[in-house]
Write a protein that binds this ligand. Structure first.
Ligand SMILES: Cc1ncc(COP(=O)(O)O)c(C=O)c1O
Length: 403
């Protein structure tokens, strides 16, 4: 039997113990942490939709019209009209034949990867893919080939040795903020008869024309087999979707265990996401503002002497190395009014702990400057040096798949 106290003590000893902070108020640019107002620099509410009045109203109205819960899996108690409406709208937005909703991005990835990678096949997974893809690989009957982060030669080497299979990648890597080389991945997979699934969790609302994601940005609409997106980040709600051909969606309805054996997402969450999607098409400038804020924050940090990696997206990794250093830096930044979470193993490789800073379209220029100054002062206070621009962590990052 596992000794819980001993396990927790060991996590503490290694600087890997986790607990959550109590935050008051919605996920806006500022929140109250322990009753004190601080800048929020670690939320994925990228476009400010989670607290937008129209999104709130849509969710409240849906609760009154359809109730709070969906009652059961849709295969048991049916598809509610609000789910059907969002699926049609998302298929239009992504430019796919069909769409199906899942309870969360985690469930979508686990369900899709395990359903599309049966025994006897191979799933090719980037070393820095999200934990939910890793767990999908574990649940799948297939062999997993982990290719080094964004390493096309390594992927090609693996594809040559297998007959077909499934390539799965984050579009924007969740802890590093860099963008997968999607065009080359699609070309390689096509040459070797493999399917491609792209997880657009951090790209929807952040990249591409009208925020349609990295696949659209690369001009690859219709060239990947499935686009997975979450409703819980830029769309400000909760739940997820898979956009694909009608036959692939029909297959998932029959084979994706996390869809079949789980209650459908709640009507208020779905209606909220639908309202957010409408706002996104009415106000595409929010995406430009997010991108401008990401660039401005990079400039502020560099100006304050904090090297930042990760390329061009709204996710800025400030890599410090040791887990306890990341925790100390996060604490010192919070004391100075900036809430930026420390990310440690197993979310990242052993020697690559970091602050994962995210900007939102709703941050002002002065928010960004104050945030950068707070982090720089905190780093100076505790004598931290940063690792600079090194988004990839090859071989050791495979630990993520094994952890
Ligand atoms: C790349 C990626 N995929 C999937 C997920 C899971 O999405 P959700 O939070 O909707 O479960 C996350 C979020 O943490 C993520 O970063």
């Amino acid at each position: 039997m596992i000794d819980l106290e001993a396990e927790l003590a060991e996590l503490r000893r290694r600087g890997l113990h986790r607990s959550t902070r109590l935050v008051s108020g919605p996920q806006g640019p500022q929140v109250l942490v322990d009753g004190r107002p601080v800048l929020l620099l670690c939320s994925n509410n990228y476009l400010g939709f989670a607290e937008h009045p129209r999104v709130r109203e849509a969710a409240a109205d849906a609760a009154l019209r359809w109730g709070v819960g969906a009652g059961a899996s849709r295969l048991v108690s049916g598809t509610m009209t609000i789910h059907d409406r969002l699926e049609r709208r998302l298929a239009e937005f992504i430019g796919s034949e069909a769409c199906v909703l899942f309870g969360a991005g985690y469930l979508a990835n686990v369900g899709v990867v395990s359903a599309l990678a049966p025994g006897g096949s191979t799933v090719f997974s980037d070393a820095l893919n999200h934990a939910s893809i890793i767990d999908g690989c574990r649940l799948a009957g297939a062999q997993t080939f982990i290719y080094e982060h964004c390493d096309l030669d390594h992927l090609a080497w693996g594809l040559r040795r297998a007959k077909g299979g499934l390539v799965v990648t984050d579009a924007v890597f969740s802890m590093d903020g860099d963008v997968a080389p999607l065009a080359a991945i699609v070309e390689l997979a096509g040459r070797h008869g493999a399917r491609v699934v792209v997880d657009e969790a951090h790209a929807i609302g952040a990249l591409g024309p009208g925020g349609r994601g990295a696949v659209a940005e690369a001009g690859l609409e219709g060239s990947v087999d499935a686009v997975i997106g979450t409703l819980g980040k830029a769309l400000g709600s909760y739940g997820a979707f898979v956009c694909a051909s009608s036959v692939l969606v029909e297959y998932l309805v029959n084979r994706a265990r996390t869809l079949i054996f789980s209650t459908a997402p709640s009507p208020p969450a779905i209606a909220g996401a639908l309202a957010a999607l409408e706002l996104l098409s009415e106000q595409p400038r929010r995406v430009e503002k997010l991108q401008a804020n990401a660039a401005a924050m990079r400039a502020e940090l560099l100006g304050a002497g904090v090297p930042v990696g990760g390329g061009r997206t709204q996710i800025l990794p400030l890599i410090v190395g040791a887990a306890d250093t990341a925790v100390a830096l996060s604490g010192a930044a919070l004391e100075r009014g900036a809430f930026v979470q420390a990310i440690r193993p197993p979310s990242v490789a052993e020697d690559r702990s970091r602050l994962r800073l995210t900007v939102m379209a709703s941050h002002t220029a002065s928010d960004l400057r104050r945030g950068a100054d707070a982090i720089a002062a905190a780093a100076h206070q505790i004598g931290v040096s940063f690792r600079g621009d090194a988004p990839s962590a090859p071989t050791t990052a495979m630990i993520g798949h094994a952890a």
